[in-house]
Design a protein around this ligand. Structure first.
Ligand SMILES: [Zn+2]
Length: 177
């Protein structure tokens, strides 16, 4: 992760300005309403391949930050309600670990700054944007599996790649706010 994320166990609240300005798919008026999480990050930010949380003042909103080519990039996502009939076990598109339906939610990029002719698109993600909590806890199931540290390292690489690609995709479809 970026240097911003390696200073301590948790983000300094003074980092909020930096994080807000890295959110590339919302305009300044929305950026001002972004709130830091009320809780500490578990796992701590150093053990994460992306930084994400839901806004304590607006729980339908989620924020997702990655480091790409040495730069901090972030997007805001909006949680989409799904109908009861669609609620079943689903897989988070980032960590690819199966979860129960209430542990995964459909998140979409807000449409206000999407370029013309771009329809909104969504992806199923761990509802608290905490994929690393699950990935870091992965352990071998059989004797044929590689050791835990190898399993976790491989999955973390995939997680980082998927999160970076998703953020890049959303930003590529967004006009500059
Ligand atoms: Zn996940």
């Amino acid at each position: 992760m970026s240097k911003l994320f390696t200073k301590g166990d948790n983000l300094d609240p003074r980092s909020l300005t930096t994080l807000r300005s890295a959110l590339g798919n919302i305009d300044a008026s929305v950026r001002r309403t972004v709130r830091m999480p009320a809780h500490s990050f578990t796992p701590p930010v150093q053990e994460r391949d992306y930084l994400g949380w839901r806004d304590p003042s607006a729980p339908q909103r989620g924020y997702l930050f990655v480091e790409r080519d040495g730069a901090l990039e972030g997007i805001m996502l909006t949680r989409t309600r799904t109908r009861t009939s669609q609620q079943r076990a689903v897989m988070c598109e980032f960590c690819r670990l199966p979860r129960r339906f209430e542990q995964v939610a459909l998140f979409s990029a807000p449409t206000s700054l999407l370029k013309r002719d771009q329809s909104t698109f969504g992806t199923y993600l761990c509802v608290d944007l905490d994929c690393n909590a699950r990935v870091n806890a992965m352990r071998p199931v059989t004797q044929l599996d590689p050791p835990a540290e190898v399993l976790v390292a491989a999955r973390r690489t995939e997680l980082a790649t998927r999160a970076q690609a998703f953020v890049a995709n959303v930003l590529s479809k967004t006009t500059t706010g």
